[in-house]
Design a binder for this molecule. Structure first.
Ligand SMILES: *Cc1c(COP(=O)(O)O)cnc(C)c1O
Length: 382
């Protein structure tokens, strides 16, 4: 279909700009393995994101998975006690189910146990009131998600983590370029992971990054993204291959030149939705957080069927009939996926369950025309 409107559309630089960027590779033949484009993007992102250090990876998922692995020397005490007491390791990571599947899989694929905390109904991030009760002797880390670019309760998470000696790994896939109290969002926690997937505010086609300040963690992460190779003859880590290649880095260099205007256009779109949907009975719109410079990554609405006279699913279908593809994001919750065979008690995350059944993210991308936004709003309000 020609005029299908999807929930997002990948940002691309002018083709000439990209060709110019990749041209010299036909002389250098340096296509991957931390080449000049990789290094350039790394230093540009470090500055743009206002962080002390950053490592580039193949995608956001590997950023999460390898960060959890890179922390592992710090799990030593818990690990040894577990071996002593149970003869097996059990490491728990507290997270939320209201996220993309990647967050939960990163924990499970590290052989760790996800412990699901509920979300708060205002900004959909981890409910810090319920967080502390989930900490056990096995807890080693907290993995909160900045959902839709809404920033988690950073101070409270930090207080709890410090009290119990836990690592904090933020899933910041939705929070590219945001600031909290004028600091880059990637500065918080022990590490923050970004995704540069094609569908995100900033993309490198596929890509991701980890921001951190601890040099030891950085060395560990670097080694893990390159098979665990320490030097030509020493492999002392069981790593993966998660190196960003030069074509992806080049795409990032180009897209980064346009990022400010991309985010500004998104802001205008979000404000148009606000104008049309604020105050409508039965629709909860985005929550503007204090001290946060937003990136307008998503435009979620929460539908109250009783007050609206229409359910989330009905609105989804009404839009679809007109060629507009909104998304039930995040639905279903990650703790309900069939790969986990009903292992997790979903009633323990009842707010997340309720929100997941009522949320709809509306199309938002820099080139979305105002008339289309009005059309979308008319369909919703009709
Ligand atoms: C996109 C996303 C990821 C995974 O990133 P990829 O780059 O697609 O691997 C992880 N967490 C969240 C919340 C995301 O939105």
């Amino acid at each position: 279909m020609e005029n299908k409107i999807l929930v997002t559309r990948s940002s691309m630089p002018p083709i000439e700009e990209y060709i110019e960027e990749i041209k010299e590779m036909w002389n250098t033949h340096w296509l991957t393995n931390m080449g000049p484009k990789h290094c350039q993007l790394q230093s540009e992102l470090k500055e743009y994101l206002n962080v002390s250090d950053i490592e580039l990876l193949t995608n956001g998922h590997m950023a999460l998975e390898l960060s959890l692995q890179a922390f592992s020397p710090c799990y030593g005490n818990v690990f040894q006690r577990d071996m002593r007491e149970n003869g097996k390791k059990k490491l728990e990571v507290i997270t939320t189910p209201f996220t993309f599947v990647s967050t939960t899989h990163a924990i499970v694929r590290n052989g760790m146990e996800p412990v699901f905390c509920d979300i708060n109904p205002v900004d959909f991030t981890i409910d810090v009131e319920k967080l502390e009760t989930l900490i056990t002797d096995y807890t080693v880390a907290i993995l909160p998600v900045h959902v839709y670019g809404n920033v988690c309760n950073i101070e409270e998470i930090e207080r709890i983590a410090n009290k119990y000696g836990l690592k904090i790994l933020y899933d910041a896939a939705h929070a590219f370029g945001e600031t909290y109290k004028n600091k880059g969002i990637g500065q918080f926690g022990d590490a923050s992971c970004f995704s540069f997937h094609a569908t995100k505010v900033f993309n490198t086609i596929e890509g991701g990054a980890v921001c951190f300040s601890d040099a030891e963690f950085g060395r560990e992460l670097y080694r893990l993204k390159n098979f665990g190779i320490r030097d030509e003859e020493t492999v002392d880590g069981v790593g993966a291959n998660a190196k960003m290649n030069e074509f992806c880095a080049s795409m990032g260099i180009c897209n980064l030149r346009h990022i400010e205007s991309e985010i500004l256009k998104r802001k205008h779109i979000a404000e148009r939705y606000d104008e049309r949907l604020a105050g409508v009975a039965g629709i909860q719109i985005r929550h503007q957080q204090k001290d946060v410079e937003s990136n307008y990554a998503y435009y979620p609405i929460i539908v109250d069927e009783k007050k609206m006279g229409k359910s989330r699913n009905e609105i989804f279908q009404d839009l679809k009939k007109q060629g507009i593809y909104a998304r039930k994001y995040f639905y279903p919750l990650t703790n309900t996926f069939s790969c986990f065979n009903g292992k997790y008690d979903v009633s323990k995350t009842s707010v997340a369950l309720d929100v997941s059944k009522r949320v709809l993210t509306l199309p938002i991308y820099s080139e979305l025309e105002l008339e289309i936004i009005d059309k979308i709003c008319n369909i919703i309000l009709e």
